[in-house]
Structure formats: C-alpha cells, structure tokens
Design a protein around this ligand. Sequence first.
Ligand code: DGI
Ligand code: FE
Ligand code: FE
Ligand code: FE
Length: 186
Amino acid sequence: MTEDMIRERVKAELKEKRFRHVEGVVQTADRLARIHGANPEHARLAAWIHDFCRQWPKEKLVQTAKDMNIEEQYFEMPELLHGHIAAGLAPQEFGITDEDVLNAARFHTSGRTNMSLLEKVVYLADAIEPGRKYPAVEEIRKVAEEDLDLALALSFDNTIEYLIQRREPIFPLTVIARNGIWRKVK
Ligand code: DGI
Ligand code: FE
Ligand code: FE
Ligand code: FE
C-alpha cells in the first residue's frame, strides 16, 4: 500500500479529532526522524498506524488481543492494547512488515527498555505533536530537538505523574523503562 492509501484507510477508521492527532504525529515523527537520523519514511508509517485501533471498544481489544496471543501482562491495562493490535494487523491491513516500524507502533503507549531510535521518535511524536496540551509539553518539545533520550525520560515521568494524579495503575515495564533511560541520561 502507498502512504496515501494508508492515510485514507486510517482516516476512514477514526473520528476527525483523532485523525488530526495522527496527522500531527506523522509530521512530528518525520521531523524528529530527520533531526536524529532515523528513517523518516519508517517514522511516518509507524505514526500513521499507531492509533488505528484507538477507538475500538475494550471488549473487542481484549478479544482480538487473545486471538493474537499478545502477552498477558498487557491485558491488565487495556489502554496498552491498541498499539499492539495495530502492529499485529498491519501486515495484512497495510502491507507493513518491517519489524522496527511494527514495534514503534506496538510500544508507543508503554515504551519499553532499550527502545530503538525509531521507537523513541514515534513515542515522543505521540507525546508532543502540535495538538497535545499539558503543562510539560513545551519543555519536552524543546528538549526533543536536542536530546531524544532526555526528552524520553521527561516524557515517561510526565506520563507516570499524570497516572498518579488520576489514581490509575502504572504499567510496571514503563517504570523499568523510565529508570533505565534516566540512568542513561544522568
Ligand atoms: O493513544 P493516545 O491517546 O494518542 O496516547 P497513548 O497511546 O500514549 O495513551 C493512551 C492512553 O493510555 C492514555 O489515556 C494514557 C494511558 N496510559 C499510558 N500508560 C499507561 C496508561 N494507562 C494505564 N492504566 N497505565 C499505564 O501505564
Ligand atoms: Fe495511542
Ligand atoms: Fe503516548
Ligand atoms: Fe496517539
């Protein structure tokens, strides 16, 4: 599939506001990839598909995740499933088979330890695209231009703080990833 076909397929699947978010992630991922030496086409592809399943009901996410044999730890927090499922569908749905592209979509919500350059680019693009509004976003936007790892560490902290404020559970592997990246940048 061409990028334009993927764009139209994604557009048909999402509400307007969510699609505008995805367009913002694509532009931001492309820019971060160029700055930091990742493959911009791969970054754009991962960004186009990352929220493809974002509007599925929880029951459908959980059932599909079972059918795909996604690891059980992800079922505890169904918010984490939509990227995994998008990555699982992408070979059939979009003809995307590059493992780094699929992993960038798969881990865009939780992050993980030892993320690839492309995974970091897509994770951060999701966090800082122009439509995002939260107190730390301007700082993370600025840092992301110069130091991807520091921006990632700040973004993990921001997500964890947000979840604590909302009294939501925190995915343990995000905490491990957070500790690892701070160890690296400090
Ligand atoms: O899909 P987006 O809204 O663009 O962004 P996302 O995929 O990064 O996050 C999706 C949702 O998942 C968001 O509401 C925050 C939530 N989330 C992220 N990490 C965790 C989490 N929820 C729980 N319970 N635990 C987490 O560790
Ligand atoms: Fe998402
Ligand atoms: Fe995110
Ligand atoms: Fe997103």
